[in-house]
Design a binder for this molecule. Structure first.
Ligand code: UD1
Ligand code: CA
Length: 434
């Protein structure tokens, strides 16, 4: 593919009212990233000139995209006077002679799926697909194998509504075609909007070459509603999981697993059913057992779960995290924490065993404090470690203790519990003998 030859314009200025949301449509996420992010990421693989058209919630759109990309041109649409996809292209200044226009609500496109638009030559190459249920899409009217025009659902006659060939919403225009016809767009239609799609009929009239390109809805699906969003999520998830399984990750019941696009696996990993792995997580030679959630964390030569929760910035190596254990901002190296614990704002070193029900009390209602636990420490079950606290190497904490002292020096035992009393025959005195 030739990176220099094509300009890409992504239309992201619309209100997206069918989403029923205060959030700009293109910022709704698929597999952890905004829809627009996915489109720009793929566009960058085939173009050095990318323009995003903005208007509705423009500041939020720009701010969000600038977290990921620093070389995108933003152009503001005059959406008050010129609403619609036609209005969106009125102020663009593409660098190249060929201009690929993409709707901003098509998060499933890939550079590969856009290849046809680069290789074909015509005044207009437009994407079409055939659907059993074409509702929501513009219908493409083809006569004698030639595209005549596109009619939007809201403007269509009954006969036109029956057409199942629809406009997928991607077009490669020669720049001269855009320059020639954009000034003639009108808003004389049901939605009182300037439709980009009206260029087709005008160009056809003047015998421009218009090539329909049959594309796959799995890549070109437009997201208008939250139902569409959920359907696209399934497609994207299947793609992500297939890629990792091909790279060697074992997944039990992959349909029940959710993995965000930024997650990375290395070596031999197993992910059991019902797991969720998100953000910048990196999983190396590790086993994530059923029902676990791993967020922005690293696991190396470790296992967690079933039903463990590694919250952001947990870094575990050579470590066993068992069921109902929650970690957060915690570095554990060579540690066993088998059952029912909370380990937050902590550093724990090798050979240490954390007993069932151990809690790092990291928050006093105002601030967060750190817990540092050395090597070969044995923490008995149901202990509370009141941070800030440092437990040096080779320390024993007796079960049920509350550690309040700032530092426990090596070699010591901490035992803080009420002395046990044994009251002889109390049960029988109280309840009577049965
Ligand atoms: C559009 C097409 C329709 C096609 C469908 C494919 C038009 C008139 N219709 O319809 O033929 O079948 O896509 O998915 O083009 N936008 C702007 N500015 C605006 C309005 C919209 O930038 O003033 C952007 C939106 O943010 C969105 C994209 O253009 O990303 C498409 O807009 P949308 O309202 O979703 O168009 P559809 O009704 O789906
Ligand atoms: Ca749409």
């Amino acid at each position: 593919m030739n990176n220099e030859a094509i300009s890409i314009v992504i239309l992201a200025a619309g209100k997206g009212s069918r989403m029923k949301s205060n959030k700009a449509k293109v910022l709704h996420t698929i597999s952890g990233k905004p829809m627009l992010y996915h489109i720009i990421k793929e566009s960058k693989k085939i173009s050095d000139d990318i323009t995003v058209v903005i208007a509705h919630q423009k500041d939020a759109v720009v701010k969000t995209m600038e977290q990921y990309f620093d070389d995108i041109n933003f152009v503001e649409q005059d959406a008050v006077n010129y609403p619609g996809t036609g209005g969106a292209v009125m102020d663009i200044t593409p660098k190249h002679d060929k201009v690929l226009v993409l709707n901003g609500d098509m998060p499933l496109i890939t550079a590969e799926s856009l290849k046809g638009f680069l290789s074909l030559e015509a005044d207009i190459i437009m994407s079409i697909f055939d659907l059993k249920d074409p509702s929501g899409y513009g219908r493409v009217i083809i006569r004698n194998e030639e595209v005549e025009y596109i009619v939007e659902q809201k403007d269509a006659s009954d006969a036109e509504l029956n057409v199942t060939t629809v406009n997928a919403g991607v077009y490669a225009f020669s720049r001269s075609i855009l320059e020639r016809y954009i000034p003639f767009l009108s808003n004389d239609n049901a939605q009182k909007e300037y439709y980009l799609t009206d260029i087709i009929a005008m160009a056809k009239e003047e015998e421009a070459s218009i090539v329909p390109l049959l594309v796959d809805e799995a890549f070109f699906k437009g997201i208008n509603s939250k139902k569409d969003l959920a359907e696209a999520e399934v497609i994207m998830q299947n793609r992500i999981k297939k890629r990792w399984m091909e790279a060697g990750v074992i997944m039990h019941l992959p349909d029940t697993i959710y993995i965000e696009e930024s997650v990375v696996f290395e070596g031999e990993c197993i992910v059991e059913n019902n797991c969720r792995i998100t953000g910048e997580s990196k999983i190396v030679n590790s086993h994530i057992k059923a029902g676990s959630v791993v967020e922005d964390s690293t696991m190396v030569d470790s296992d967690c779960g079933p039903m463990a929760h590694l919250r952001p910035l947990s870094h575990i190596t050579d470590t066993h995290i068992g069921n109902f254990v929650e970690t957060k901002k915690a570095t554990l190296h060579g540690v066993k924490a088998g059952h029912l614990s909370y380990i937050g704002d902590a550093e724990v070193s090798e050979g240490t065993n954390i007993g069932a029900g151990t809690i790092t009390c990291n928050y006093d209602g105002k601030n967060k404090y750190k817990t540092i636990i050395g090597k070969n420490v044995f923490i008995g079950s149901d202990s509370q470690l009141i941070a800030p606290v440092t437990i040096e190497d080779d320390v024993m904490i007796a079960a049920g203790s509350t550690v309040t002292s700032g530092t426990v020096a090596s070699g010591n035992l901490v035992l803080s519990r009420t002395k046990m009393r044994l009251v002889k025959d109390f049960y029988y005195k109280f309840f009577g003998k049965k």
